[in-house]
Design a protein around this ligand. Structure first.
Ligand code: NAD
Ligand code: UDP
Length: 329
């Protein structure tokens, strides 16, 4: 019998890459998504496969999946700051009620569950780089609190199921990841800059651009998640690429990559935007034997090739003009 895995958030950026990976590994994959920030296009190539099935379902409602399940990957949740500012209540619900439902399902099915947490649990960190032992610096009532606190609750309830019900659980703390299948208009910095370059607009750097991020190529992340799922380690593990860059320098890299003649323009920094972020991946190295292999130059080349293959409809989708009203500065 095939191993069977449920992937929530299957039509999203990471969920769709995970579906591809587990299909390649010979699993039967059950995808679930309500398409609130995902796209059918990310997984439509899987629909003809008998190893793939899909439920259009909101995981904050009771989850029913017939048949056995060996694993659950709970990845449903908006992930871009613009998305979670647009749909704050759904964001709170999916990582709280949705995680509760996913854990309950895992218990009934005797399945191992891995939940997608985030570097946002560290908030605007005062410890650098961030180790898993750091408890974070999060503003619970700020605009980003809807995401950060829901993810912190997700970690708490996952550990409670692990300790109280002895459920097999895994927690991955994902740092900024990029690659093909990101939504061009999701507001995250990489699609934002590439979209602007392709449309012939200036690149909008928020703040003075000195804030840093550390970008991980999606294939590296997926490998880390796969190894963590197969490991016997229940505490949170950072997965990300420690190569750190300021947003101003990143904008220059995108200008070079795309060959655009546009310039950088500066806009005020959104409230609670973290000033620095870099994963300490000692644990991932030691426990999973994992580290990233694809550097930013290569990862950006592959990602740019994907974005240039998209239609003009997508490039000029009106959503990209609507960001401003959601950002709280
Ligand atoms: P995404 O928005 O592309 O994908 C999320 C998917 O979840 C979407 O397809 C969306 O429709 C679905 N979804 C949302 N709410 C749902 C609900 N109630 N029921 C069913 N489906 C629902 O985002 P992503 O970048 O693929 O992120 C996936 C997961 O990884 C999220 O949990 C996110 O918090 C986490 N994460 C991502 C990053 C990153 O850099 N991409 C970083 C840290 C954490
Ligand atoms: N950012 C920017 N211009 C944009 C979009 C984002 O300067 O058009 C900045 C944002 O303020 C943050 C960084 O880029 O400092 C990364 O933002 P993103 O939304 O990708 O993710 P975050 O790491 O903040 O969750």
């Amino acid at each position: 019998m095939h191993k069977r895995i449920l992937i929530t958030g299957a039509a999203g950026f990471l969920g769709s890459h995970l579906c591809d990976r587990f299909i390649r590994e010979g699993y039967e994959v059950v995808g679930m998504d309500n398409l609130i920030t995902g796209r059918y296009e990310n997984i439509e190539h899987l629909f003809p496969l008998k190893e793939f099935s899909f439920y259009n379902h909101d995981v904050t409602k009771f989850i029913h999946v017939p048949g056995h399940l060996d694993y659950i990957l709970h990845f449903a949740s908006p992930a871009s700051p613009i998305d979670y500012l647009k749909i704050p209540i759904q964001t709170l619900k999916v990582s709280s009620l949705g995680t509760h439902n996913a854990l309950g399902l895992a218990r009934v099915k005797k399945a191992r569950i891995l939940v997608a947490s985030t570097s946002e649990v560290y908030g605007d960190p005062t410890v650098h780089p961030q180790t898993e032992a750091y408890w974070g610096n999060v503003n619970p009532i700020g605009p980003r609190g809807v995401y950060d606190e829901a993810k912190r609750f997700q970690e708490a309830i996952t550990m409670a199921y692990h300790r109280f019900h002895e459920l097999e659980t895994r927690i991955v703390r994902i740092f900024n990841t990029y690659g093909p299948k990101m939504r061009l208009n999701d507001g995250r910095v990489l699609p934002a800059f590439i979209g602007q370059a392709l449309r012939g607009e200036d690149l909008t750097v928020f703040g003075d651009g000195s804030q840093t991020r550390s970008f991980c190529y999606v294939d590296d992340l997926i490998e880390g998640i796969y190894r963590l799922l197969m490991s016997d380690y229940a505490e949170p593990v950072n997965i990300g690429n420690p190569s750190e860059i300021s947003i101003a320098e990143f904008a220059e890299e995108i200008i070079k990559l795309t060959g655009t003649n546009q310039k950088v323009i500066y806009q005020p920094l959104p409230v609670d935007d973290p000033m620095q972020r870099q994963p300490d991946i000692t644990k991932a190295r030691e426990i999973l034997g994992w580290e990233p292999k694809i550097d930013r130059a290569e990862g950006l080349k592959r990602t740019y090739a994907y974005f240039t293959s998209l239609s003009n409809d997508e490039l000029y989708n009106k959503d990209h003009n609507n960001f401003e009203k959601y950002i709280i500065r």
